[in-house]
Design a binder for this molecule. Sequence first.
Ligand SMILES: [Zn+2]
Ligand SMILES: [Zn+2]
Length: 638
Amino acid sequence: MPDSTSIRIRFPDGKEELFPIGTVVRDALARWDLAQLKNALAASWNGVPVDLASTLSSDGTLAPLTFEDRAGRDILQHSSAHLVAKGLVEVVPGARPTHGPPTDDGFYYDFDVRPLTPSDLDGVRAAMDRSVRAKEPFLRRELTRTQAEKLFAENPHKLRYISEVPEGEAVSVYDTGDFTDLCKGPHVPTTEWLQGVHILGFSAIAPEDPTAPTLQRIRGVGFPTRGELDTYLKMRTEAEARDHRTVGAKLELFTFVDEAPGFPIWLPNGMIVVHELERFVREHLDAAGYVEVRTPLLFAQSVYETSGHWDHYRKDMFLTEAEGRTFGWKPMNCPGSMLIFRSRARSYRELPMRLAEFAPLHRFEASGTLHGLTRVREFVQDDAHIFVTEEQVESEIRTLLAWIERAFATFRLEWSCELSTRPAQFLGEAAVWDRAEATLERVLKSSGVKYRVSPGEGGFYAPKIDIHIRDSLGRPWQTGTIQLDYQMPLRFGLEYQGPDGQLHPPIVVHRTILGSWERFLGVLLEHVGGRLPPWLAPLQVRVLPVTDRHTPASLGLVEELRADHLRAEVTGTEESLAKRVRNAEVDRVPYVVVLGDKEVAEGTVALRVRGSRETRAFSRAEFLAHVSERVRKREFDP
Ligand SMILES: [Zn+2]
Ligand SMILES: [Zn+2]
């Protein structure tokens, strides 16, 4: 029975249980699901990361945090930074640690210390190993301001951080062995979690304030196990070889110029790939009852004020002035679709209304963050807005999940979903959120989809499902997202007439599946190492006549292939056959066929299988049928 000494804890699977006040996070998770506790390095309490050793004193939502969660990953990186600081203070006793945050690809720690040397780092590595072997716990202590100032009296950087802690908030430190660092936490339970920490290097950092001392930055990356670190180090070499910027230049897919930073220039080969992707997506849209629209790239400021972009997104938008008015280049397609829905009276008979739009979108990404095709300023998404009634949400999401399954299977990409639920600050009624979250989770569960729940990570207007893929190098990427939106229809005053004759606001499902062509292609090129599946390859068949005598027959074959809508060409015979075969391999052409005396006489072709030395003999008719079929079915490999 609930009373003043118990609290109610809700877990990610919706289970709720009563616990005594003061229950330790670790114990609560153990009672809920021992197997999930094993992978937990910390926990999320009402959306805020906490130590497994912390205690709970109110009702709330509790979820384990693992290395797979961004917040969990960050905790492990930051704990690794502590371990580096512990090691450096041991090796260079006068070193003053400043701060050591997690980053997108690891962590760093900045020190106020004499210039470091490589042998300092060897010492740090040895000290780190000792600490990991000793399985030292990270212990949290809360101090008064005076105690903290005394403890860090020798370190002006930490004294400044202490002075920045808001009045009334506890000053906390973490002990690891004999090392103590000022820190809000949370941390992994012990250094046993830091077996896969790796120091990548060090450099001098010029301070922003010219009167401040130059700092020494040690950079690194952490994994929970040695094995995961080894995989990462191996993968890093392979990833460099597969970098889509290099592959894209070699295959002449796209290029960039300084005069348009972050704006891809698509070359003829690249346009073929983009069009094939579009065709693939449009076939699904036609079958699933979508219609396509096109809305302006620029809207006046007032439209974004209505949509909320002006308040929340303006700094990421390109703006332009005309006739004294401010226009914004659209960063998303939503406003245009809302205006289409509002353009005349709507009836429930028109729902679900599925509006797809492939328009260029513009977002102001800082120049330092631009990266090939995976972070650009102009891109096109496989975007759609679906206007539905509440009863229609479930079947729409179900259809979307089936499409996601088919789409990613086509590219042999593993995928999973992340359901992000109500954050601490949200718009609308809690009951509506509960219903929406329950619907999404029910569909995910019954569709047999691999998913996990991120409590409190939803947008402020609606819960969402993010789609994550894993490429052949094991790297995770977020591609698409499905968001249920109750707010934007209200902001635009959208209504439809229901069967009851009354006016109701529709719900909008914003969804993009592959994400943008740009980012998806960047990921795909690295996933396949440039060996695009035949249906996407700019050139599908290259015919190599052995000598000039075989050129007429080769041209005849290419004509037949082109008549079948295949992309084919003949090479000249200036270079040796062996050289031409190698070139075709470098150009990643899926089908390379050789025509010599024997083939011409017998009406056959010798097909070289991409990535192998093997050749297979086909009659010309068989070959045509074979290639057409592989391409039509969008088979992954020749
Ligand atoms: Zn810390
Ligand atoms: Zn949208």
